[in-house]
Design a binder for this molecule. Structure first.
Ligand SMILES: Nc1ncnc2c1ncn2[C@@H]1O[C@H](COP(=O)(O)OP(=O)(O)OP(=O)(O)O)[C@@H](O)[C@H]1O
Ligand SMILES: [Mg+2]
Length: 222
């Protein structure tokens, strides 16, 4: 049975998908630049080049999936993944957004198990949340990603220091169109909420103070 979408649903779908295409194309772009620089400096065999290439390939696959969604052919394809591997992959992809900032990454995944998610959508969520964290840091700061499997759930705590979210905006940030950035579209967190809810996963802002902002993803273990 095919689902009938209202004009508003279609408009939203197109906006969401375009947003993701833009995000992931810029990842490809930035990693290509890194590859180019490394090739010039050090020659062909280099782990960071290999990592960059695999991230580019992942992003290209995501673009492919998004384009399929634009044609309403694909509505997500859940598969079984190792929690630790997938979280680590999401962190690696997001590092493209660091650019010239001085950002320390602390990544600790305590234990692991199997989760059933749509890989591209799950990675999109991680990228959106970590990208926001990087954008909240002016020049120098720290991003931490802590993962743990506990009570049948995979919990990922993604934190950054930098400018906090005002108390009265801490619910508004999940609404479509809310942005405080000059070039932002205010779609990132709305997309994350939707993508994660579709996979029976959760997303919450746990805290935002002058010391730390923490988002938490909770995904069911299989
Ligand atoms: N980690 C964070 N630290 C501080 N503010 C944040 C953080 N994450 C989100 N925000 C706030 O929430 C707003 C909405 O975030 P969201 O990702 O939905 O949109 P955006 O980043 O503005 O634009 P884009 O559509 O490009 O993602 C941001 O503009 C910012 O004000
Ligand atoms: Mg964002």
């Amino acid at each position: 049975m095919t689902e009938t979408l209202s004009p508003d649903d279609i408009k939203n779908q197109i906006r969401y998908v375009s947003h993701e295409i833009r995000n992931h194309l810029s990842i490809c772009d930035m990693y290509s630049q890194i590859i180019k620089k490394n090739l010039e400096k050090e020659g062909i065999k280099n782990p960071s080049i290999e990592n960059a290439i695999s991230c580019i390939q992942q992003s290209v696959r995501i673009i492919g999936t998004n384009l399929m969604e634009l044609k309403s052919i694909n509505n997500g394809c859940p598969q079984i993944f190792d929690f630790k591997n997938l979280v680590t992959k999401g962190v690696e992809m997001s590092k493209a957004y660091v650019c010239d900032k001085n950002i320390e990454f602390e990544v600790f995944i305590k234990n692991t198990d199997n989760i059933e998610v749509d890989e591209n959508r799950f990675l999109s969520c991680m990228v959106n949340i970590i990208k926001n964290g990087i954008e909240a840091i002016d020049i120098k700061g720290k991003i931490s990603v802590l993962g743990e499997v506990k009570n049948g759930k995979g919990i990922i705590k993604i934190s950054n220091n930098g400018k906090p979210i005002p108390k009265d905006k801490q619910l508004t940030i999940f609404e479509q169109g809310y942005t405080t950035k000059q070039t932002g579209s205010g779609l990132g967190l709305a997309i994350c909420k939707r993508f994660l809810a579709e996979q029976n996963a959760t997303l919450e802002l746990k805290k935002s103070t002058k010391d730390q902002t923490t988002f938490e993803i909770g995904v069911n273990i299989i």
